[in-house]
Design a protein. Structure first.
Length: 294
């Protein structure tokens, strides 16, 4: 079945969907995005993702392309037209199209909206999670507002590529003081020597992950203490367990960091437990029916 993509008011075939060559998303990365998981035909944590999209637009003074209910309708339609049962919805909003010129001021552009729904293999992801993944640490060379989910992703592309070249699946980014900020496309966690889940506290240095936030609540309900505090590579090497969180992989066990095996070198029991119960605790809205709240 051919895939259908929503772009600026139209549902187009994959090969025919496009934006203008002077879209500011293309020329300046003047653009924000979201990735929402679809699990068993349900959107996971859609309210938090759409809240964060609004925040990202607001931080950059990009006008929302439409109301939340209209956006939810487009998500619903795109998921339905592509018959996605498990996978992701990708939303991107750019400031719009104008002759190339750096300043934003005085430009009243109509934003570009793109919505893609893509099926991914749950069983493939589950078998990766059963073994756990390797990560490598690389310097964090990103800008000063990583809390905004922009498409300025070249440092993440380079970090992830060097991870792949080293035979790993993810890169953990290390700031100039030696603290791990987050993964190239995930938040980074360890289970420390005090049996606490530890992840860096929020700031401009990292993305406020939706999976991270929901997991903090899940951990609270299951009686596991969470500390939001930075850790360095040495602390990670000697952690009892480690994992990443993201909408596309939920909780992904990490069994190797650089040259060090973590714990027993297999996914840790706490990590596995959290992965098992995560969806049960998250907000789940049928992907083809609009949540009442919108
Ligand atoms: N990435 N940190 C970064 C830098 C990310 O790009 C992501 C998500 C996360 C996790 O956030 P969340 O739990 O809200 O997905 C943390 C998405 C999945 C991506 O770019 O594909």
């Amino acid at each position: 079945m051919s895939r259908i993509i929503y772009v600026n008011g139209h549902y187009r075939r994959y090969g025919e969907a496009g934006v203008h060559v002077e879209d500011r998303g293309l020329q300046f990365a003047d653009s924000v995005y979201e990735v929402i998981e679809i699990y068993n035909t349900q959107l996971i944590d859609p309210t938090r993702h759409l809240d964060r999209l609004e925040r990202s637009m607001n931080e950059l003074s990009i006008s929302p392309p439409m109301s939340r209910s209209a956006l939810s309708h487009i998500i619903e339609q795109t998921v339905r037209r592509n018959r996605v049962h498990n996978g992701i919805v990708y939303l991107q909003v750019t400031r719009g199209t104008a002759p190339r010129d750096f300043p934003i001021n005085g430009k009243d552009l109509s934003p570009t909206l793109i919505c893609i729904a893509r099926a991914t293999s749950r069983s493939a992801r589950d078998s990766i999670a059963a073994k756990g993944i390797s990560v490598v640490t690389v310097p964090d060379i990103r800008w000063g507002r990583c809390d905004i989910k922009t498409v300025m992703l070249l440092p993440a592309v380079l970090a992830k590529s060097s991870a792949h070249q080293a035979g790993a699946s993810e890169a953990w980014l290390v700031d100039t003081d030696g603290w791990i900020t987050e993964g190239a496309s995930s938040n980074a966690w360890i289970l420390n020597q005090d049996n606490e889940l530890q992840t860096r506290s929020l700031s401009h240095a990292l993305l406020p992950g939706i999976t991270r936030q929901t997991l903090i609540e899940v951990a609270g309900k299951t009686g596991i203490r969470v500390v939001e505090q930075a850790f360095n590579a040495e602390q990670a090497y000697t952690a009892k367990e480690a994992f990443n969180t993201s909408a596309s992989a939920t909780i992904m066990p990490v069994v190797r960091i650089d040259e060090q095996s973590i714990g027993s070198g297999t996914p840790g029991p706490i990590t596995q437990k959290l992965r098992q119960v995560f969806h049960h605790h998250a907000e789940r809205i049928p992907a083809s029916a609009r949540p009442a709240k919108y």
